[in-house]
Write a protein that binds this ligand. Structure first.
Ligand SMILES: [Mg+2]
Length: 178
C-alpha cells in the first residue's frame, strides 16, 4: 500500500497556469520548488518573458522559489537567472537530497514547501519519498521530449491508469467561491 502510494501524485493540474498559487499561499505554503523541463517550458527551451512574469507574480504573492533539475549548470543557470530564482543542478531526482538542499536554501520545511513537476518516476517519486507536498503537471510539450522520457510516459500512463487523483484548477476554485 505504501509502496503504491509512492507512485501516485498527491494532486495534479493541467499546467502551472492552472494552479491557483494565491490559494496555495493562503493555505500555508511559502516556497515553491519547480522542475524545469516540461514543467515550466518545453524540454530544453529557454525561459520566456511569460516565464519571468510568472515568477514575478509568485514573488508578489510572497513565495520564494527554487528550481531543481537533473540537468546541468549550462542548462539551469541561464534559466534561473532569467526568472530570478534559486536553483540546484544535477539533482538526481528521485533522490531526496536536492529536495532537502532546496529547503535548506529557502529556509523552509516540509509543511510550507510545495513541489511542482511533470514526471512521475523522478519528480513525484522524490517528493513522495521525502513526504513533500506536490502537484504533478501535464508536460508542457510532450513532442519536445527525448526518447527515454517518452518511454517513461508509457510507464506513467500504466501506473496512473484508472486512478482518481485530485486535479486542481483555477476554474474549480471560482466555482467554490460562487
Ligand atoms: Mg520535467
Amino acid at each position: 500500500m505504501i509502496f503504491k502510494k509512492l507512485f501516485i501524485p498527491e494532486r495534479q493540474a493541467d499546467g502551472i497556469w492552472d494552479i491557483d498559487f494565491q490559494a496555495e499561499y493562503d493555505s500555508g505554503f511559502r516556497a515553491v520548488i519547480f522542475d524545469i523541463d516540461n514543467t515550466l517550458v518545453p524540454h530544453d527551451a529557454p525561459a520566456t518573458k511569460e516565464t519571468a512574469e510568472f515568477f514575478r507574480e509568485l514573488r508578489e504573492i510572497g513565495f520564494m522559489t527554487c528550481l531543481i533539475s537533473n540537468n546541468q549548470e549550462s542548462r539551469v543557470k541561464p534559466f534561473a537567472d532569467e526568472v530570478d530564482s534559486l536553483y540546484l543542478t544535477d539533482a538526481e531526482k528521485p533522490s531526496r537530497k536536492s529536495y532537502r538542499k532546496a529547503m535548506k536554501l529557502l529556509g523552509t520545511n516540509l509543511q510550507n514547501t510545495l513541489f511542482v513537476g511533470d514526471q512521475l518516476l523522478t519528480d513525484v517519486l522524490g517528493a513522495r519519498r521525502l513526504g513533500m507536498h506536490h502537484i504533478m503537471v501535464d508536460p508542457v510539450d510532450p513532442e519536445s521530449e527525448p526518447q527515454h522520457i517518452r518511454f517513461k510516459r508509457v510507464i506513467e500512463r500504466i501506473m496512473l491508469f484508472g486512478r482518481k487523483i485530485k486535479r486542481v484548477s483555477k476554474k474549480d476554485l471560482k466555482k467554490t467561491e460562487e
